[in-house]
Design a protein around this ligand. Sequence first.
Ligand SMILES: [Mn+2]
Length: 395
Amino acid sequence: MKFIHTADLHLGSPFKGLTNLPSAIRQAVHNSIYQAFDTLVAQAIDLKVDFIVIAGDEFDNVERDLQAQLYLQQKFLELAQHHIPVFLIYGNHDYLTSSQAIVSYPSNVHVFGPQISTVTLKLVSGLRIAVSGFSYDQNHLTANKAQSYPARLDNVDYQIGILHGEIGQTNQNNYAPFSVEDLQSKGYDYWALGHIHQRQIINKNPYIVYPGNLQGRHRKETGAKGYYLVEWDGQQTNLEFRAVAPIIWQNQQLDVARIQDLDTLIKQITQTIANKQNTLVELTFTNYEKLSTTIQGLIDSGELLATLQKNAQSEHFNYIYRFHRQFTTKTIYQAIDEPFWKQAAQDVFTKANLQQHLGKLQQVAAIRDVYQNPDFLAKLQQTAIDIISQNKMED
Ligand SMILES: [Mn+2]
């Protein structure tokens, strides 16, 4: 028995902030999710999987882009022609509302409603499969839904729980918070999770799995993206990650500490991103302060990046969409003029400023006590220093 576990397609993603890309690359990015799912469906048919599980956030937003809906309908029809069932839930991004205009899916697709329910399926091989799940009917679910899933059915060979959510405490987390123990206690054979876009196997016995999203959509969703092919041999469950995302977001680093001239820098940049295809690269220069000021000028002004971008190929591209300048914190810190910093700190962290900041809160004795503690000003200054040195020296 084998099935595909995927989640978080986010069809209809607007891909904000990519307006500066060359049009061919921008088009490729916009098509990428559809292309990734095309590949998934083609492989499902090729591999003759028994069914597909989609664990929420099929659509990027509640209104559900019509093109995305018709696309999914078409893909589900293709799967219907090959007798491949689909079990799906909706997540926090595409939760069910009464005002949605929704296209219908063919009968091979089972959509779970807002109440937790279980459906069974008998495979051609005779194996009996149960799938339990529910769809969001609101953006936030602070209740622990996992605990309300039914115990494993006795008369099935394999039971799967589909859940869109994240590990956390009830009422402290908005996405159907659960614990690993909650899931384990149900006795299911596999938990098909969605919501977290980073692929991860949380537990192996039974498998509790986030497949991650199918296609990265921005600079924080880096690396290969795809789905899990899950096989059960009657004893053991085995997982195989299959990358299908046509475009990869990647962070690359280049240490520029020893680079003294522009030719070397350009050569090393080119080498760093070589051998990559259809990759959007954020390139971080480490030890940035070691570069000469003239080279820094070319980077700071955006001229170097713009030039490299202009020369980038739009087919099989490895495109740098952003330079990130990373300074050695210690060095930059020493570079701040010491007397100047001290003067600034004295000017900012005064009793008068603090009192003004406190306002009416001064009337609360406990708060006033804290503020009047002589160590407090010093602590505040140190905190400011820490924050500045950790976060603010980066671009
Ligand atoms: Mn999502």
